[in-house]
Every structure is written in structure tokens, then in C-alpha cells.
Write a protein that binds this ligand. Structure first.
Ligand SMILES: Cc1cc2nc3c(=O)[nH]c(=O)nc-3n(C[C@H](O)[C@H](O)[C@H](O)COP(=O)(O)O)c2cc1C
Length: 426
């Protein structure tokens, strides 16, 4: 069995699966049950000045029969008194000394407020702190959460204030509601962050009821933007993790989250630079026991590949992620249709004909039976036909030899610049 332990900036955990700061980590009762189920760590539901919540606060987007393809909420931070949370954190840590308990914190952007809360939570034995600069609603309107997290100076300053007194590692949780997450990640690093985590939720409105014209969800007929998470946000989160992982200025560990629902997605995040993952929506949808499959799947994956430690996965795919200008312009794939598997539904023909490069012909064989064939010389390898094809294996994208040597856009531009410089010399 592979070694699943991780060490994220000094925070040790028996495995890379943590529950994210959210409803699943709202109380000692829940976190203890989660640890019993197999979760390696938990980021406690954000502590701060307890707030009032509204009733009716979640909504989900179901897509083509998949329930909770995306999840939207207008919930705020903890609504339980700090003393109660601290007592339960203390008790939980006592019972589970080897599991990671991280306190998520959000206070007003004032030095004394950060000093006070950091000292109070560290007194009860947390393994680390996560500064919540990400919640997009409610708290942001009071200058906290994403409102702080969108201003690099405030991220840096508040991280610095927390670090002034913190004895445990400080993770800074970033908001995705920003153009370039590396800017705020760098600010966190400048402030002394020991790690960064991402993503918090994305500004969203789940829907509008077309009969009542109310927003979904609504509170007595009024709505407000919420935060989006769950499977739909995974590609956005994965890119943000990867962008931070490949930045030479963000040389701290990353705790990745956003749409992680199974072990395969956890592996993707780790390959793209996350030391471990956090999960919220999938646990809310399916319960704590999903971690059993995650642990089994990850163990098998590592064993099958002879990888001794899960930490050996971290960042392995990062060198493969680059700028568009470094992609080989002469690399070519084309679509090939397997006539024995194809059911002649024509979906590929229609999408290619209407919206791509018109290179799938509808032909008939000698007996008059219809079949579809790609004119490879006209195929640009966009993948659309294989994406819309409903039958696995009916269309494959195959690599074809290029007549040209590899050449990236950047190399091409450099070569052109060199040629014009030479012409000028002459
Ligand atoms: C109902 C709900 C409440 C949340 N509350 C918090 C919170 O208090 N603090 C925080 O940092 N993130 C909070 N989050 C965000 C999650 O921790 C996580 O960043 C986000 O949901 C992405 O992960 P997921 O796609 O696995 O859900 C909340 C998310 C949900 C759905």
C-alpha cells in the first residue's frame, strides 16, 4: 500500500483528502464523524464574529439528469458562537491528534482583530490557519472575504498581520472572482503565507423561476448573488491551481479545491501542483462515506503504477502546462470514424457541417448502406465530432505525421524577427 500521508507547509495529515470549510465542518460532531469515515483533515467552517443567516440559501443546477452539476449558496460564515466552536475544536483535536484541523478565519481588515483571533484559535490546538479572503457574498459587503481578497494590498497586509502572531502554518484561501489569481497569490506570498488554497466560490445566480420571476433561491421574493461550486467549477479551479503552480513567484504549497468529487479528480489536482485537496459539494451531495472510494481508488492507482508515496504525484503534470505560444503549430490530429461502431446518428456530420470545417462526408457503400467518413486533408483536428459522438470508440482522434518539424508560435515569431533583422543588416 502506498504512503498516503501529506505534509502541507508543516500541516501533517494521514491522507490528502480534507473537508473544505463549509457546512460539513460546522461542528465537532460532524468533523469527528468525518474523521471516523476516513477524511484526513478538516478546515473548520469559517470563524469570526458569528452572523445571522437567511433561510433558503442553497440552489443547484441539474443538467441533463445529473443532479447538482453545480451548487450555489448564499450562506455566510459560522453562525455559532466562537467559544462553542473553540471548545469543539479542542475536543476534536484531543480525540484525533493525528488528523489535521485547520481553523478558517475571517475578521475585519484590522491588525488587532487578526492578532486576537489567531491567538484564540491557536490556544485550542489547531494544526494550521486558513485565512478566508474568498467568500463572495454577505461578508464581502462588510469589507471581508472576497472584498479583501480582490485587493492584493489587503491580502498581503492581512496575511502579514496573521503571520505576526501565528505559530502554526498560515494558508491563504483565494477568491476566483478576480482576473488573474496569481496576482493575489503572489500578494499572499509577499505577506508571508506558508501556503495558498483555492478556489472559494464563483459569483453566481443559479436561475430565475420563469413563472414567479423570483430568483433561485429567493428570500421572501428577493435574491442576491451567491457562490458557485461543485462539478461545474472544476475546470476553472484546476486552471487556477495550475497557474499558481507554474508561477515561479508562488513557491509555496497549494491546497486545491473546486469540484473535486472522486479520487481521479484529486489526482488531477495533485498532478497540477496541489499537495492535497479539499472537498465540500460532493460531501454535501453524497455524505462523508465518499472518502472510502477516494482512498481505495487512490491507493490502487498508486500501487498499479508502483508509486510509493502520494506526494510523488505533486506537480508532475505542471511542466506540461504552458502558454499557447509554446504549443507546436505543426502537430496534427485528425478524426477517424470506425464504421463498425458508428451508429450513423449523424451528430458528428451535423456539428462539423454547421459549426466546424465541413469535412465529414455522408457516403453510401456498394449495397447502398450509408456511412460517414472524414476527409482527413480538410480536418483541423478540433475534436468537436468526437465530443458530440454518443458512442464510445466510434470516433477517435489520431495523431498523423507532420511534414513540418515542430514549430511554436514563439519560435516562429523569433525566426521572423531574425529574418527581418538580417534583411536590415544587408
Ligand atoms: C454552503 C457553502 C458554504 C460555504 N462556506 C464557506 C465558509 O464558511 N468558508 C470558506 O472558506 N468557504 C466556504 N465555502 C466554500 C468551500 O469551502 C469551497 O471553497 C467551495 O465550495 C469549492 O469546493 P467544492 O466545489 O468541493 O464545493 C462554502 C461552500 C458552500 C457550498
Amino acid at each position: 500500500m502506498a504512503d498516503l500521508r501529506i505534509n502541507l507547509a508543516g500541516i501533517k495529515s494521514p491522507n490528502p483528502f480534507w473537508l473544505a470549510s463549509a457546512p460539513p465542518t460546522n461542528s465537532g460532531y460532524q468533523v469527528q464523524r468525518a474523521f471516523e469515515a476516513g477524511w484526513g483533515g478538516a478546515v473548520w467552517k469559517t470563524l469570526g464574529d458569528p452572523i445571522l443567516n437567511v433561510s433558503s440559501r442553497f440552489a443547484a443546477v441539474s443538467f441533463n439528469g445529473q443532479r447538482v452539476a453545480g451548487f450555489n449558496n448564499i450562506e455566510l460564515i459560522t453562525d455559532r458562537p466562537l467559544e462553542v466552536n473553540l471548545k469543539e475544536i479542542y475536543e476534536t483535536k484531543k480525540k484525533f491528534p493525528d488528523h489535521a484541523i485547520i481553523a478558517s478565519l475571517m475578521v475585519e481588515p484590522k491588525q488587532e482583530k487578526w492578532h486576537e483571533i489567531v491567538k484564540r484559535v491557536e490556544d485550542v490546538g489547531v494544526d494550521g490557519l486558513e485565512l478566508n479572503f474568498g467568500c463572495p457574498h454577505g461578508m464581502a459587503e462588510r469589507g471581508m472575504g472576497a472584498a479583501s481578497g480582490q485587493v492584493p494590498d489587503l491580502v498581503e497586509k492581512q496575511t502579514y498581520w496573521a503571520k505576526e502572531v501565528a505559530k502554526t502554518p498560515v494558508i491563504v484561501k483565494l477568491t476566483p472572482n478576480i482576473t488573474d489569481i496569481t496576482v493575489t497569490a503572489e500578494a499572499a506570498v509577499r505577506g508571508g503565507a506558508d501556503a495558498v488554497s483555492m478556489i472559494n466560490t464563483i459569483n453566481s445566480l443559479a436561475g430565475v423561476d420563469i413563472n414567479s420571476w423570483n430568483t433561485i433561491p429567493h428570500v421572501a421574493g428577493k435574491g442576491a448573488h451567491g457562490g458557485y461550486c461543485g462539478p461545474a467549477v472544476k475546470p476553472i479551479a484546476l486552471n487556477m491551481v495550475a497557474e499558481c503552480a507554474r508561477s515561479p513567484h508562488i513557491n509555496v504549497p497549494i491546497s486545491g479545491m473546486g469540484g473535486v468529487s472522486n479520487w481521479q479528480e484529486a489526482v488531477e489536482f495533485m498532478l497540477m501542483g496541489a499537495t492535497g485537496v479539499q472537498v465540500c459539494t460532493a460531501a454535501m451531495h453524497h455524505g462523508f462515506r465518499i472518502v472510502e472510494d477516494m482512498l481505495d481508488g487512490l491507493n490502487n492507482y498508486l500501487d498499479e503504477r508502483g508509486i510509493a508515496k502520494v506526494s510523488d504525484l505533486v506537480g508532475k503534470a505542471v511542466p506540461k502546462y504552458s502558454d499557447w505560444g509554446n504549443l507546436d503549430l505543426n502537430y496534427k490530429v485528425v478524426a477517424r470514424i470506425d464504421p463498425n461502431t458508428c451508429i450513423n446518428c449523424n451528430k458528428c456530420h451535423i456539428s462539423c457541417e454547421d459549426t466546424s470545417h465541413q469535412c465529414i462526408d455522408m457516403l453510401k457503400d456498394s449495397s447502398g448502406k450509408p456511412y460517414l467518413q472524414v476527409r482527413e486533408e480538410d480536418c483541423v483536428g478540433c475534436n468537436l465530432c468526437s465530443i458530440v459522438c454518443p458512442v464510445d470508440g466510434a470516433i477517435s482522434m489520431v495523431e498523423v505525421a507532420s511534414e513540418q518539424p515542430p514549430m511554436t508560435w514563439n519560435e516562429r515569431q523569433a525566426a521572423l524577427a531574425m529574418t527581418s533583422a538580417q534583411k536590415l543588416d544587408v
